[in-house]
Design a protein around this ligand. Structure first.
Ligand SMILES: *Cc1c(COP(=O)(O)O)cnc(C)c1O
Length: 414
């Protein structure tokens, strides 16, 4: 489905609107059609045989060869269009694979590149679903997870270097919900120096493809919950994996065909229409969050305020300056009055809805300890700094002055 790229350098915001979709293949339609078909008619028995040879890895396509589609669990036109259009958004990416949720993408990565008896290193705290995947599924299957505290560059290097048969390093940065950042380039340096280098995968959901570029820092894979900033309107689930090495993406597509977790045509079409505005939305959300964080800093009813532009720790500042272009749209803070104050604060909000998830144009707030992170033990919650007093806010694109006014008023009732 790829059209030839224009003969001059095209930046991501242009490429996303010009690459990957050929109107001639959709009867001239300026926007892609939705191809809901579950199966595809072959041009001949020979092209059917050729398509299966390629799909099953018995042959590789010639450059420019057009291979017949087979069946939508393997791939379909809307997945191909989306994958081609999202690739230039991610600096350093050569290929993408789309999944029907962020968790589908993350599970497929682990099930493809790790195996029973092998190890993987991961940063903590981690998105609740990923944590659940590790403890409820991967460890019972015999994979050995080695946790390291987010932001501890030395501990991460030691864990990677000292884990025999390590297949994967999984970094979530900034961490959810504490926004602690981990040094991606340092993880890559240690991993890639090993005799049998593990793949380094970064969950880049919080910084999006706009503010942090794991592949240019040397990571092998970037994964997104497209449900968040990429989708941007809290009305769909999706997941995306990007890589600079096409073979890794082809391997993931092989697992995807087995598990049947490809993103469906309508959802691909929807996500496709959201890509051109990702950077506008994310810049607005980050600017809003920064002004709000600055407006809340030092408030007597707020204890710790967690936001990347306001951190003081020199090591965290170093990591931030090395890998984050903007601080992003998520902020978190502890209420001086503890859990009761946190609940009172949430109850007093009107513009900002009390819901999990993040990255939508509308602001959302939640109490991580009792919801998204409630599966963690009291010891883990304490260790990772997810206290009962902590509230997380995903800042939307509303006028930041209205949001700040609402938070200042809600603090009065906390
Ligand atoms: C939401 C989220 C996920 C999971 O994505 P789903 O689309 O909900 O499956 C993974 N990682 C992070 C950081 C997330 O915020």
């Amino acid at each position: 489905m790829t059209t030839a790229p224009p003969p001059y350098i095209v930046r991501p915001n242009t490429a996303v609107l010009t690459r990957g979709f050929d109107p001639r293949l959709s009867v001239g339609s300026a926007r892609p059609a939705v191809f809901r078909s579950s199966t595809y008619v072959f041009s001949s028995p020979e092209t059917a045989e050729r398509a299966f040879d390629i799909a099953l890895g018995r042959a590789v396509p010639e450059p420019g060869e057009s291979v017949d589609l087979i069946y939508s669990r393997l791939s379909h036109p809307n997945a191909e269009i989306l994958e081609d259009q999202i690739t230039p958004l991610e600096n350093g990416a050569e290929a993408a694979a789309v999944f029907n949720s962020g968790m589908a993408a993350i599970s497929t990565i682990f099930l493809t590149f790790c195996r029973p008896g092998a190890r993987f290193v991961y940063t903590t705290p981690l998105y609740g679903g990923t944590q659940h995947l590790i403890h409820q599924m991967l460890e019972p299957l015999g994979m050995i997870g080695v946790p390291v505290a987010a932001g501890n560059t030395r501990a991460m290097a030691e864990a990677i270097a000292n884990s025999p048969d390590c297949k994967l390093v999984f970094v979530e940065s900034p961490a959810n919900p504490t926004l602690v950042m981990s040094d991606i380039a340092a993880a890559v340096r240690t991993a890639h120096a090993l005799a049998e280098p593990p793949l380094v995968c970064v969950d880049n959901t919080f910084m999006g493809p706009v503010f942090q570029h794991p592949l240019t820092l040397g990571a092998d894979l970037t994964v997104y919950s497209a449900t968040k900033y990429l989708g941007g309107f809290s009305d769909m689930l999706g997941g995306v994996v990007l890589a600079k090495n096409r073979t890794l993406i082809d391997t993931l597509r092989g697992t995807r065909a087995i598990l049947g977790n490809i993103l469906q045509p309508d959802e691909c079409w929807l996500l496709d229409s959201r890509l051109p505005t990702v950077s506008q939305r994310m810049y607005r959300q980050s600017k809003n969050a920064q002004r709000i964080a600055e407006g809340l800093a030092g408030h007597p009813k707020i204890g710790r305020l967690l936001y990347p532009s306001l951190i003081r720790d020199p090591e965290q500042r170093r990591i931030r300056d090395a890998q984050c272009a903007y601080p992003g749209g998520i902020l978190a803070f502890e209420l001086a009055g503890g859990k009761a104050a946190a609940y009172n604060f949430l109850r007093a909000l009107h513009i900002t809805k009390n819901a999990v998830s993040l990255g939508g144009v509308e602001s959302l707030s939640c109490h991580p300890a009792s919801t998204t992170h409630s599966e963690m033990s009291p010891d883990e919650l304490a260790r990772y700094g997810v206290s009962d007093a902590l509230v997380r806010i995903s800042v939307g694109i509303e006028d930041w002055r209205d949001l700040l006014a609402e938070y200042l008023a809600a603090l009065e009732q906390a």
